[in-house]
Each structure stands twice: as structure tokens, then as C-alpha cells.
Design a protein around this ligand. Sequence first.
Ligand code: AAL
Length: 411
Amino acid sequence: MQIHSNHIPFSSSLSWVLFLILMINIAGCDLSVNHEINGSTNEYSEQDFDRLGITNKDKLSTASKRALAWPKVGNEWFGEFKVFDLKGDLAYEEGVVRRDPSAVIQVNGQYFVWYSRGTGPTQGFAGDIENEKVFPWDRCDIWYATSDDGWTWKEEGLAVGRGPKGAYDDRSVFTTEILVHQGKYYLTYQTVKSPYVVRVKNQIGLAWADSPHGPWTKSDEPILSPADNGIWKGEEDNRFNVVKKGDFDSHKVHDPCLLFYRNKFYLYYKGEQMGEEITFGGRQIRHGLAIADNPLGPYIKSPYNPISNSGHEICVWNYNSGIASLITTDGPEKNTIQWAPDGINFEIKSVIKGAPHAIGLNRSLDAESEPFAAFEWGLTHQYKSHDYQYIRRFEGTRRTTHVAKGESKGK
Ligand code: AAL
């Protein structure tokens, strides 16, 4: 039978369409397939499987299922850190504790940082609690320093000191963070009332000023306290003996960091629980959030607390209409950067090797330009000894290649 090119029968055109689809597939075009992962059906492209090196789609290991469930992040949240000595007054000084630096802010071209400052060695809880130090951050005050270049710092002196005997902050004020909002300066910090026994309950205080040089006005009362629903067992001054643990922050509220977000004041903090356990090879530390309409409070704890299952010192920043958080030190998700589109529901974005502790982020950087931009440089602290810690500078860079010497990066 003779076939005229301008008159192709229906069955032949169908074969052509099928042939074309086959060719498109072979050419690696992005045709999606549905696949059931962990009970829910998701759509994956051939490229998804190819990128993850999964060739046999009918035999997926648990790890491959997890890999398929990862959010589609690239390399932008991953990076590495280096730490350097500072010069001037913040260089290491024997006999002086300088630790837990706040965020770095820039005012009229000058950098400012606040930090816990104390002197003398630490005897611990077996010493003379009334007169000695139980921790390096005991008997501290909040001091501040300035710098023109971020390397050489001048210690300016006291910013916020301990309260008078009997006040909620009469024993130590420490581990501070700064927020600048509408031309005013807000310092949030930890407070302890004497005697600093093991079971003492740490609280969070606030001070405000019109200038970074002060003078600072302190709140009459703490702005945040531990949950009051744990029950100690027995009279021994021991934090592991409990009848009931209570909330994740039933013992201490620590490491406050205030951010302005969604027209409110988001106070992120670390909680310590009565009857704390060792889990996942670390302490049971989780983060919480308390929100206020006004920077001076009242701060209402989020019903979603705890908002992390891991971490230690708080390191949070505004990013892409949400809040990013570096989680270090304790818990199953330690050494990760997480991000929450709503400031509450955090997802892991990357795993970080050797992240500096107690980071004071540099708020003068354009942290919105890319996820890792917040880490260009900032401050951290390091233990020189059990007694004395000092403030150092970190620099974070994104990791974009892994090539051998002389190897081309490819396109
Ligand atoms: C730090 C912080 C808080 C603790 C102590 C000093 O790492 O978590 O500040 O109270 O240790």
C-alpha cells in the first residue's frame, strides 16, 4: 500500500507520539514519577533520582527514602569557620573572665560589643558559696568595648552592673544580647540572685538606653522566669533529684536574644529543665520563645515551646522573612543551621563542622543577601582554662568546591 506523506493514518500518528515521548525520556527530560516515601506519595523527577544516585527505584533503603524527603536545598547554608585572636583590651588577660559576647553592632562607623566580665578563679559548688565563684560567669557584670576595625578593641567600662543586695540580680548579670530598635538600645541578659546554689533559678533581665554608651535603665523585675511546674525531690542541693521535671525551662532561662520580627519582639532563649538528663550524648537543652508587643514586655511564652530539641547558646537572625538559628553543642540536632519561615517551626538546612560557641553575630552585615552571609565575621568566646575565657573573632566562609590540586572546577 502506498502511503502519502500528507495523509498519515491515526494508528501511525499515535506510534509517532509514543516514539517522541520515549525519545524525550531517553534525552533525560524532567518527567515526574510518583513514589511512596514514608507513607505519603510524592512526585520525583528522573533528575532527583539521578542526583541522589538512586538507580533502583523499587528497592529504596531507609537512607535513600530520607534523602528523597530532604528539602531541595543546595550548598548555600553550608560553610566553615576560622577563629582568630583579638587585639587591644579584648586580647586574653590572665585573671579576667570575658565571655558570651553579644551581637556586634555598628554606630557611627564604630563597632560595639557587650559581654560578661568578672575576675578571679572559680571554686565551684564545693567552695565557699557566699564569697567565692561557683562558675566563671558567677559574680560578673556586663561591660562593653568598641572598635574601629573589629580587630583592636578598647574596653569602655561597665554597662549594666549587679543589683543591690536582695534584688533578683544581686549575684551576677551576664550572657547578654543587644537589640537596636527605633534609635533605642535594649540589652537582655541572665540574672542570678544570691546564694548561687545548684538549685537556684536563673531569670532574664532587660536594660534600655538612648545611646550605646548608656546610661542604662534596668527593669524592676525580670522579664522572663523559669516555668514553675517542676518539683524537687528531697532537700539535698541536687538538680537531678526530682519528683516531677516540669517544662523544658523549669530550672533556668538562659541566653536571651531579642529580635524584632513581624512587628513584635521575639525573645529566644535556652531552657534548662529540673532533673536534666544526658541524651544523645549531650545535655538535655532546648530553646524557647517568648513574644511581646512592646520591647519592655510583657513577654508571653509561645505555646509551641520548646521550639528546638537541641542546641546551647542562642544564635538567631532574621533571614528571608523567617528566622535562622545556629544550633550547637547539645542534642541530636547539634551542629546544624535551621530556619523557620514563621520563627517557630524550624527545619534543618545544613550541618556545620566546628561552629564557634556563644556567637555574637555581626548585625552590621547584610545577613539577607544569602544564608551564610551572617557569618562573614563576628565574635565568639573560648576557654583558655576552666577559670578564664576570652573573646575571639570568627570568620565563616561558604564551602563551594572540593577539588584536588590542579583539578578544574568544571562548569
Ligand atoms: C553559657 C550560656 C549561659 C550559661 C553559661 C553562661 O554557655 O549557656 O551563659 O549560664 O554558659
